[in-house]
Write a protein that binds this ligand. Structure first.
Ligand code: NDP
Ligand code: 8X3
Length: 248
């Protein structure tokens, strides 16, 4: 039985990862900003869930986290850096800079600060697994992906570089890189518009939060000698497109 810390557990992938971890007999510190959702989740899944209100972009709260956890919930085995978001799909020369700042603050700065806070304990125990939520957007460019895709490219390279630093320890690092996925609030958050969010999935059979959770639990449950570096996953209805050529 392992102790997980899952960020962004109030919706989508994080909620599904929490459910899957509990179903597999683990304990989960379920983190997010929406306290009502965290309590509903803990109420539904029982005492193996510890609800934790945490904004990953709050550097002070993140740094204070390891010492503020209750006794018995401090030795985190699996950190799932799932909290993240996209804002907008406009071209780089027109976007709202606040959207770019928010994506960097959450997907990059929040993720690295939390990792930095949790890693020393893992290294001291010589036990632990960091699972990051990257995206295919970190590998394949698309119009309007600008800073969102760049944050996920950062997550992929940071994951690989963590492994380089952790060589010689028993710690593991995995980057999960999903493509088009429904059943979460991702597109609602990206567009702030229900009709636009719904249109993203029309006529598709996207990945589900349960698919992502299964990949996370599979990576974590490998024998200790096995490190799954990256899992890139797409729904069958999605493939990378041809390069664009502008002709006059
Ligand atoms: P959701 O919008 O459904 O969930 C995002 C979660 O992140 C919410 O629980 C939200 O909780 C939390 N969150 C956002 N900002 C913060 C913050 N500052 N501090 C703490 N928690 C925060 O999206 P998904 O489940 O789809 O996405 C999860 C991850 O997977 C993201 O990193 C996303 O980039 C990535 N991803 C998503 C894909 C998709 O198509 N859906 C595909 C590939 C990757 P709260 O608001 O309560 O804080
Ligand atoms: C989410 C997948 O293709 O919308 O990371 O960027 S995509």
């Amino acid at each position: 039985m392992a102790l997980f810390l899952v960020t962004g557990a109030t919706a989508g992938f994080g909620e599904a990862i929490t459910e899957a971890a509990i179903a597999a007999g683990h304990r989960v510190i379920a983190a997010g900003r929406r306290e009502d959702r965290l309590h509903a989740l803990a109420g539904r899944l029982g005492e193996a869930v510890l609800p934790l209100v945490l904004d990953v972009s709050d550097a002070g709260a993140v740094a204070a986290l390891p010492d503020s956890l209750p006794e018995g919930w401090r030795e985190i085995d699996v950190l799932v850096n799932n909290a993240g978001l996209a804002r907008g799909l406009g071209p780089a020369h027109e976007v709202d800079l606040a959207d770019w700042d928010l994506m960097v603050a959450t997907n990059v700065t929040g993720l690295i600060h939390l990792t930095r806070a949790i890693l020393p304990g893992m290294v001291a125990r010589n036990r632990g697994h960091v699972v990051n939520l990257g995206s295919i957007a970190g590998t394949y460019p698309y119009p309007g992906g600008n800073v969102y895709g760049a944050t996920k490219a950062f997550v992929r390279q940071f994951s690989l570089n963590l492994r380089a630093d952790l060589i010689g320890t028993k710690l593991r690092v995995t980057d999960i890189e999903p493509g088009l996925s429904g059943g979460s609030e991702f597109s609602q958050v990206r567009f702030g518009d229900e009709a636009k969010a719904k249109a993203v999935y029309e006529g598709t059979d996207p990945l589900t939060p349960a698919d992502i959770a299964e990949a996370v639990l599979w990576a974590v449950s490998q024998p200790g000698r096995v490190n799954i570096n990256r899992i890139e996953m797409m729904p069958v209805c999605q493939a990378s497109a041809a390069l664009a050529v502008h002709r006059t």
